[in-house]
Design a binder for this molecule. Structure first.
Ligand SMILES: Nc1ncnc2c1ncn2[C@@H]1O[C@H](COP(=O)(O)OP(=O)(O)OP(=O)(O)O)[C@@H](O)[C@H]1O
Ligand SMILES: [Mg+2]
Length: 379
């Protein structure tokens, strides 16, 4: 009798698997970033939003928006009327210092991030009905989050995406560029800089280094320097971040870089080249130390091939002069170094995640699915 029941259960599971296989599949590469979430899908959708989620503060703001939740640029623009959240910080889900998954803080943080992922799915599917579609995603996350916090990321995707696999962002970048071997990827994001060496296999712990001084840190240093040097001027971190994104450089250029900041309400020009250069330089020492460590601890016979192929990705890779600064350092410390910037710093991670998503065989996704249902059973 027990045997019959087991047979029946196995048949139901097999039928379900076969039915799932008959469904259309939509593959999505998601780069779940601290400052931007980017998606690339095999239906041709490619887009990004700043990683902000806002909830109307009261009945008036709810009436004004006509919605219960606002995302991205809209959320930043209307932040005065919203409780505004940026779910990730320093490469991890922001939930205070509470390591316990049963706390309210953790559950709230997961719920906000889930809202964001749901919205990304809506963008990917262009709001179409997905009843007959298996929505499959590779979630590129900062290397730190993908190693330490994988369960959290799976909790975030649970119930939103049908099948999900977590991969580290720099690995996604490498995969997308078909750099499976002899390459050192440096993904300079907002919350983290992730360094990862590729040598023909999925990178392990030893192949990856994460540092926490990234784009947000540049903004903070820039903001603090401006506060110190121009105490009479009035500005926010958001304002100086925008300015940085248009002007970031670390070369020794002689012409000034000017920003207009209000002084007692009057827009006033300030030459901020010194402060901007210093702020952008602030992330370089840890990056070059990371490069040195990953090269020095690599098989000596293959070290030269890594030095040949250092790849910069992520928003921070657009700092003018960064490539040369790193090459100069490598020349001094390691004898030689060749650095290249990816062509699409914004989409490189999501593109690679999409390719990975497409390339994984059905059997692999079946395994992922049964692991996910076991996780759910275990609570
Ligand atoms: N032209 C630019 N020059 C310098 N920095 C820039 C430029 N454009 C964007 N940035 C910075 O790049 C960072 C965002 O990059 P990216 O989108 O790769 O990060 P993320 O994926 O959201 O963050 P993380 O990978 O840390 O989670 C921000 O700090 C942003 O200010
Ligand atoms: Mg990133």
């Amino acid at each position: 009798m027990a045997n019959e029941t087991a047979k029946e259960a196995a048949k139901i599971a097999a039928d379900k698997k076969a039915a799932d296989r008959r469904k259309k599949v939509l593959n999505i590469g998601i780069d779940l970033g601290t400052s931007r979430c980017v998606i690339a899908c095999d239906n041709g959708v490619r887009t990004f939003i700043p990683s902000y989620v806002g909830f109307p503060k009261d009945a008036v703001s709810r009436k004004m928006f006509g919605r219960d939740v606002i995302f991205g640029d809209d959320a930043i623009k209307h932040r005065m009327a919203l409780n505004l959240y940026r779910p990730f910080d320093k490469g991890q889900l922001k939930h205070g210092d509470v390591p316990d998954a049963n706390t309210k803080e953790y559950k709230d943080a997961v719920s906000i991030a889930k809202t964001l992922v749901k919205y990304l799915k809506e963008l990917a599917t262009e709001g179409k009905d997905t009843t007959n579609t298996t929505v499959r995603a590779v979630l590129g996350a900062p290397a730190l989050a993908s190693r330490v916090n994988k369960k959290t990321l799976l909790d975030i995707a649970d119930g939103v995406l049908d099948d999900v696999m977590v991969a580290s962002e720099p690995f996604c970048v490498a995969y997308g560029l078909k750099l499976y071997t002899a390459a050192l990827i440096i993904d300079i994001g907002a919350g983290t800089v992730d360094l990862c060496r590729m040598h023909g296999i999925i990178p392990t712990e030893e192949d990856q280094i994460t540092t926490l001084n990234a784009g947000d840190y540049v903004d903070k240093v820039f903001f603090d320097l401006l506060k110190k040097d121009f105490p009479e001027a009035n500005f926010t971190v958001n304002m100086v971040k925008k300015f940085k994104e248009e002007n970031a450089f670390i070369t020794n250029q002689s012409e000034g870089v000017f920003i207009e900041l209000p002084v007692k309400g009057k827009p006033t020009k300030h030459d901020v080249s010194k402060e901007l250069r210093q702020a952008c330089r602030a992330i370089v020492p840890e990056i070059v130390e990371g490069i040195r460590r990953l090269i020095a601890t690599f098989d000596p016979e293959f070290q030269d091939s890594l030095k040949e192929n250092v790849i910069l990705a992520g928003g921070g890779s657009q700092i003018i002069g960064l490539k040369k600064e790193i090459e100069d350092y490598m020349k001094e410390a390691l004898g030689y170094g060749r650095v290249t910037k990816v062509e699409e710093p914004l989409y490189a991670g999501a593109n690679g995640a999409l390719m990975l998503c497409r390339d994984m065989p059905d059997e692999y996704w079946d395994q992922i699915r049964s692991k996910a249902s076991e996780r759910r059973k275990d609570g």
